[in-house]
Ligand binder design. Sequence first.
Ligand SMILES: *Cc1c(COP(=O)(O)O)cnc(C)c1O
Length: 466
Amino acid sequence: MEKKKELLRSLPKVDESMVRLYPVIPEKISSVQLKNIVRQCIERERRKILSDVDNYTALTDEQWQNLFLSQVKQGLRYNLRRVINGTGVVIHTNLGRSLLSDKAAEQLVQCSRHYTNLEFDLSSGKRGSRYSLVEQLICELTGAEAALVVNNNAAAVLLVIDTLAHGKEAIVSRGELVEIGGSFRIPDVMAKSGATLIEVGATNRTHFYDYERAITEETALLLKVHTSNFRILGFTKQVSTEELVTLARDRNIRVMEDLGSGCLLDLSPFGLPKEPTVQEVVKSGADIVTFSGDKLLGGPQAGIIVGKKEVVEQVKKNPLNRALRIDKFTLASLESILRTYYDFDEALLHIPTLRMLTEEAGLIKKRAQKVLRKLKKASIENCTFSLQPTMSQTGGGAIPAYGLESWALQLCPAEVSLNRFESDMRDSALPLIGRIEDNRFLIDFRTILDTDIAELTLLLTEYFIK
Ligand SMILES: *Cc1c(COP(=O)(O)O)cnc(C)c1O
């Protein structure tokens, strides 16, 4: 009891701590923010005392000062900030998926710092529609009759199913009832949109007659879902979109395909597996196709809906659409990215996702060698560095279980454990995210940008030469 009281009494005072901190803080910080940080630190220690007084050791003045300073350092950092992606996963959902091209980023800055014609028709001087700004562009690129863009592809799927099958039945193959992650599951989305899910076929094989037999008076939709993040191998059978279209014809049933990633460009000439392009799926006769803006397309977060004019018009009129609408930042960057696709060579060169996915291993190795040379020159003694071949992933649920040949910088620190090193890299001012494999820390250079090189080299050199 006495010990507890004494410890609580020994906790520093907020005002006194602030007076002592001010002269040693390197950057500008408001007194409100500083006060909050100091309070939170003291409060945390107070709770430790209250919960387990026997195992609590009082902090020295110096320890308190260091605790405050480290929290101030954290507090001054943005919560959302740039990191270096050394994972080799190109469309890394946790690291923000696709990067914008220089042009798209410039356009985004322009439109964010000035007024725009977001909903103003410049030719008539009357109110315009934000959706018209990219619709024609998307139609030209995909061959679709009409298009609509919403917040993300999950929203697109929800909106379309709600529009076409609310209170009705939608048929999906058991092999396509996928969970994308972040609790996006086709059966749950179906339930939310008020449609009754009719499962057909088996996990590995679904036949034309499975769909045919499941059709009733209540059927409104045949839904095909791209099995983005897994593969079913071996004895398998799927029904093609074309076949579903023939089945739906003359029956007042719609065919929808959730493409997931949705690319406009066939990447198989670059050694990647063939994925159906949006153009191909549109051509196959599907009434409506949905895909993400920030996966293989390489743009901002968005859900793109394309299809038959009559169907898209119906989707546009759904009141849910207003709740899922995109903002001007998305529109500005999406338009710029889409325009790049008029020239596929330009797209491969300037859209970071496409450039990284198609980059040859030889070029990746060169970039890694550049850093390795600089590290060798720095004569670091407490870590060994070398290059090793590795496999990168596409990520983003696109082209799963397919490795891209790549090169990694491999580090073996001599004085710190790998786990400690990995967490120190995450904790640095410019965090580096890599992976530990076979007792080494690997930085896959497929996702290291030219603009990362100088800072990456500095980060490692300063870490080892203290
Ligand atoms: C990724 C994905 C989604 C969700 O798309 P978001 O843009 O992340 O909302 C939906 N369906 C499929 C098949 C996907 O791959």
